[in-house]
Design a protein around this ligand. Structure first.
Ligand SMILES: C[S@@+](CC[C@H](N)C(=O)[O-])C[C@H]1O[C@@H](n2cnc3c(N)ncnc32)[C@H](O)[C@@H]1O
Length: 290
């Protein structure tokens, strides 16, 4: 395992935070006291009523989803590794007049950082678990943060999407003779090029540009892991939680494959422009601590 992954990823997210604070359209949350993030708007159908729930948002980044859950009536605590992200989240909450607690911590240390408080709801996702080397350790941490009757809600990138890249097809595939919709020469298609299952060694990336299209001024290095859907489900069950929901979606709230996805302004989500039924892009999983 990459021993220094926490320091590498903290520096990477510290350098992205001010860019995202500009790109995420923070002003609309201040202009409209009822504004919700597209992510939380999407999640509401499965999430249900959160009013009055003691909620911890793991990997809350700059706090736009945290503020949105607060606006739906949840009592919010946000946790993130990146000090710069937490600073932006605190500023947004202060500017919006929202009473939200923010704590800087690695996910795995969150129970100690939160003085072993427990919660009705652990909410997380959209680029969260890919930063963690062990999905089993994550699930045990979530279980520790939940009080009896509490539940986990995660919508995150589907591991199939995390394992995929957009590539241009070079040659005709022989099966095209029978299935004419199979991509042909010159078409952009999605190819499984990266690990689907969790690997001991994380994948190191050196990206000058973040997913909002902005350049990362410093600290472009990051380390990521993928976790298969089976590993996620078994980790949650192994931590003693009862699985209640597992839904795969064909859309994702950012653009993972330039040139291959189209934007749906209704939902704020991207899906494959051609045959979106090919790609599970995100998943929602809910589980309860009995
Ligand atoms: C893609 S963002 C989360 C996205 C969030 N849904 C949003 O867009 O606002 C990933 C976040 O995970 C945080 N993070 C990465 N590794 C972490 C760790 N080990 N513990 C806690 N937070 C971590 C980063 O600092 C970053 O804020």
């Amino acid at each position: 395992m990459n021993d220094d992954y926490l320091a590498i990823n903290a520096a990477n997210w510290d350098s992205r935070a001010p860019l995202h604070a500009r790109a995420y359209g923070i002003e609309r949350y201040l202009a409209d006291p009822a504004a919700l993030s597209d992510v939380v708007r999407f999640d509401r159908a499965l999430l249900g009523d959160v009013a009055g729930l003691d909620t911890v948002h793991l990997q809350c980044h700059i706090g736009t989803d945290t503020l949105s859950l607060h606006r739906l009536g949840a009592r919010m605590t946000g946790v993130d590794l990146s000090g710069a992200s937490i600073d932006h989240a605190r500023q947004l909450a202060a500017d919006a007049g929202a009473d939200i607690t923010y704590v800087q911590s690695d996910v795995y240390s969150a129970p100690q950082a939160l003085d072993h408080r427990t919660y009705d709801l652990v909410y997380t996702g959209i680029g969260a678990i890919c930063w963690l080397p062990s999905i089993e350790r994550w699930a045990r941490t979530v279980a520790e943060l939940l009080r009896p009757g509490g539940r986990l809600f995660i919508r995150d990138m589907h591991p199939v999407l995390n394992a995929s890249l957009a590539m241009t097809v070079a040659d005709d595939h022989p099966d095209r003779a029978q299935q004419s919709w199979i991509s042909g020469p010159g078409d952009v298609t999605i190819a499984l090029e990266m690990p689907y299952w969790e690997q001991p060694q994380g994948m190191e990336w050196n990206d000058e540009v973040t997913y909002t299209g902005d350049e990362i001024v410093s600290s472009p290095l990051s380390v990521e892991w993928n976790h298969s859907l089976g590993e996620i489900v078994m980790a949650v069950l192994g931590a003693g939680l009862r699985l209640t929901t597992l839904v795969e979606h064909d859309s994702v709230p950012f653009q993972p494959f330039l040139g291959a996805m189209t934007y749906d302004p209704e939902t704020g989500e991207y899906r494959l422009a051609v045959r979106p039924e090919r790609l599970p892009a995100t998943f929602t999983l809910m589980a309860v601590k009995d």
